[in-house]
Design a binder for this molecule. Structure first.
Ligand SMILES: *Cc1c(COP(=O)(O)O)cnc(C)c1O
Length: 387
C-alpha cells in the first residue's frame, strides 16, 4: 500500500525535468549577478533576456511587456494596487467578480478600506458572470476591470476575449489573473485585448517563488518595489535568475505540448468525472464543458470535505477541499457560496486536479477508493440517515 496519486495540480505542480535542467547552471557555475559588468554577470543577463523573450512569445506579448515577480500573488497585487495608485485621481471604481482568488479578492478588499468602491459581479451556478451585468456596472469613474481567466476551485473558464473587448470599448484597463490558465489553455494577450495579466511558474511545472506580470506597452504602472532598479526600475531586487530560466523553460514546454497534453488530461478528467458522478447525491461544480483540462471538482452531500481529504491522504491520494476548516474559518469557500451552494452542501467539496504526470491507473485507483470513503463517512453521518 505505497501507492501515491498526486491529484492537486491546481495547488502546485512537480518541477519538470526541462525546467530543472534550465535552472541548474544558474545555481551552480553561472551564479553571477545579472547587473555585474564582467563575463559571469553578462551571461546571467543574457539568460534573463532570453527567458523574457520566451515568456513573451508564449503569451503573444513583446519582451519589454514582461516583468518578473516573486509570485502570482505579487503580480496580482502589483497590477491592482498599481492601477489604483496611478488612476485613483481619475476614478475610484473597480469591477471584479465574486469568485476571484484571494490574491485579487483580498487586494481589492484592502483598497475598499482606502476609499475605493468595488463591484463584485455575481455568478450563476456554473460560476459565470453575465456580460450584460458587466456592461451595466461600468461607470464614468471605473478605472479597472479584473476578472480571472479560469477559476482555481471549480475550473470554469471565463470569456476573456469578450471581457477584454468590453473593457477596451469603454477605455477601462483590464487585468486578468491567468495563473490557472497559462500553460494549460491557449492565452494570447494581444488577441484577447488584455492590458495586465498575472502568471505563476509553479502552476505549469516551473519552480515556486517566481511569476510575471504582463503590462501592455503604453499602460502606465508605478514601481512596485523600489531599490536597485532591476526590471526597468519597476521591481527592484536581484533577479531570481534560476527561477526565471526555469519558468521560461517550463512555459515553453507547456505551450509546445499543450494541444496533446490537454487532450490526454481532459480524457482522464472526463473519465474521473463520469465515474464519480455515479455516487448518489454528488454534483460536479463549475462549468461542465468550458472548464480547465485537469479540473474535476465536486460536492458530496452529507460529507465533510476535510474528512474526505484526510481519508484520501491515508489512501495515498493528494486532493484538496474548498471547505477547509484548516483555513481558520468554518465557512466554505466564497466561490462555492457564490455559485449558490447552501453551506451544508458546500462543506462537502473536494477538488481533484490532474496534470501531465497522471495516468489512467491513477484515475482507476481514485475511482476504486473515493466512493468507499464517501460511503464510510456517510454511514457515520446523522444527516445521511435523515436524507
Ligand atoms: C495559485 C494561484 C495564485 C497565486 O499564485 P502564487 O504564485 O502561488 O502566489 C493566484 N491566482 C490563482 C488563480 C491561483 O491559482
Amino acid at each position: 500500500m505505497s501507492r501515491f496519486v498526486y491529484a492537486d495540480n491546481a495547488a502546485t505542480t512537480r518541477l519538470s525535468e526541462t525546467a530543472l535542467s534550465a535552472m541548474l547552471p544558474w545555481l551552480q557555475e553561472g551564479f553571477g549577478n545579472p547587473s555585474s559588468v564582467y563575463r559571469l554577470g553578462r551571461a546571467a543577463r543574457r539568460a534573463l533576456d532570453e527567458a523574457r523573450e520566451t515568456v513573451a512569445a508564449a503569451i503573444g506579448a513583446k519582451p519589454d511587456e514582461i516583468f518578473f515577480t516573486g509570485s502570482g500573488t505579487e503580480a496580482d497585487n502589483w497590477a491592482i494596487r498599481g492601477v489604483a495608485e496611478i488612476l485613483g485621481q481619475k476614478g475610484r471604481h473597480i469591477i471584479t467578480t465574486a469568485i476571484e482568488h484571494h490574491a485579487v479578492d483580498h487586494t481589492v478588499k484592502d483598497l475598499e478600506k482606502h476609499g475605493f468602491d468595488v463591484t463584485y459581479l455575481p455568478v450563476d451556478e456554473y460560476g459565470h458572470i453575465s456580460l450584460d451585468d458587466l456592461r451595466a456596472t461600468i461607470r464614468s469613474d471605473t478605472i479597472l476591470i479584473t476578472v480571472m481567466f479560469a477559476n482555481n476551485e471549480i475550473g470554469t473558464i471565463y470569456p476573456i476575449r469578450e471581457i477584454g473587448a468590453i473593457a477596451r470599448e469603454n477605455g477601462i484597463l483590464f487585468h486578468t489573473d491567468a495563473v490557472q490558465a497559462v500553460g494549460h489553455i491557449p492565452v494570447d494577450v494581444t488577441a484577447m485585448e488584455i492590458d495586465l495579466m498575472s502568471l505563476s511558474a509553479h502552476k505549469f511545472r516551473g519552480p515556486k517563488g517566481i511569476g510575471a506580470l504582463y503590462v501592455r506597452k503604453g499602460v502606465r504602472l508605478p514601481s512596485f518595489i523600489t531599490g536597485g532598479a532591476q526590471e526597468r526600475g519597476k521591481r527592484s531586487g536581484t533577479e531570481n535568475v534560476a527561477g526565471i530560466c526555469g519558468m521560461a523553460a517550463a512555459l515553453e514546454e507547456s505551450v509546445q505540448t499543450l494541444a496533446a497534453s490537454s487532450a490526454k488530461i481532459e480524457a482522464l478528467r472526463d473519465k474521473l468525472i463520469a465515474g464519480l458522478l455515479q455516487i448518489p447525491r454528488t454534483q460536479l461544480t463549475g462549468d461542465p464543458v468550458n472548464r480547465l483540462p485537469g479540473s474535476a471538482s465536486f460536492v458530496f452531500e452529507c460529507v465533510e470535505g476535510e474528512a474526505m481529504i484526510l481519508l484520501l491522504d491515508a489512501a495515498g491520494i493528494a486532493a484538496s477541499s474548498g471547505s477547509a476548516c484548516s483555513s481558520g474559518s468554518l465557512d466554505p469557500s466564497h466561490v462555492l457560496l457564490a455559485i449558490g451552494l447552501p453551506h451544508e452542501i458546500a462543506h462537502g467539496s473536494v477538488r481533484l486536479s490532474l496534470g501531465e504526470e497522471n495516468t489512467e491507473a491513477d484515475v482507476d485507483y481514485i475511482l476504486e477508493t473515493l466512493p468507499n470513503i464517501v460511503e464510510k463517512l456517510r454511514a457515520m453521518s446523522p444527516l445521511w440517515e435523515e436524507a
